[in-house]
Ligand binder design. Structure first.
Ligand code: GDP
Ligand code: MG
Length: 195
């Protein structure tokens, strides 16, 4: 418990269409077994772990796994108020999920224009079934200022690196993002004023 107070908490909301692998990415990251079946995520689920960034900061990472369905979209996006960063996931084998990335980005940026956003192209293990061209991904990232990571929840590749980088960006921009998470952190450090 005392340890937790010393670490900065970074919350990352995960977005993307249904079945792109959001829940599997979170589970794999937490060291849980990969699941072949798709279990519908209802609303939002929170999971946490710690992570050490490239520059050596130890961060307590909270992942908010959200539902991709249209009817949960507004709930998912409102959850950004508790987050310092966002990740949009698409499925490299389903072009439509890539086409929807800009819709998710718009929702995120409307809510929090300066928030660091990562893009995960998931299911990289399905090499033969790939439908999204690398040049299209590069164009989108350049246009939208996104950090891109190719991931496979099945093979556990790219996920840790992706979250570490996005968390580190969020950590650096903490001073500029007026979020609830930040207020909480500051509150912990605040000493009682004598005045
Ligand atoms: P969500 O709706 O975005 O949370 O998607 P899930 O995490 O529930 O995954 C949907 C389906 O895709 C499940 O059948 C998973 O087993 C599968 N899946 C998720 N990630 C990967 C991956 O990296 N590779 C492969 N081959 N399948 C994956
Ligand atoms: Mg899910």
């Amino acid at each position: 418990m005392q340890d937790d107070v010393k670490r900065t908490a970074i919350s990352i909301s995960i977005f993307g269409e249904t079945a792109v692998g959001k829940t599997c990415i979170c589970s794999t990251f937490l060291g849980l077994e990969f699941r072949e079946e798709h279990l519908t995520t209802v609303g939002i689920e929170k999971m946490s772990s710690t992570i050490v960034t490239e520059s050596g900061e130890e961060l307590k990472l909270k992942l908010w796994d959200t539902a991709g369905q249209e009817r949960f979209k507004s709930v998912s996006v409102k959850n950004l108020r508790y987050s310092q960063a966002a990740v949009v996931v698409f499925d490299l084998t389903v072009k439509e999920t890539f086409n929807k990335v800009t819709d998710w980005l718009k929702e995120i940026r409307d809510y929090s224009p300066k928030m660091p956003v990562g893009l995960f192209g998931n299911k990289s293990d399905l090499v033969e079934e790939r439908q999204v061209k690398q040049e299209d991904i590069d164009d989108l990232c350049k246009r939208e200022d996104l950090e891109y990571f190719e991931t496979s929840a099945r093979n556990n590749t790219g996920i840790k690196e992706g979250f570490a980088k996005i968390a580190s960006m969020a950590f650096k921009s903490l001073g500029t993002l007026p979020t609830k998470g930040q207020k909480l952190n500051n509150k912990k450090k605040k000493k009682k004023s004598k005045c």
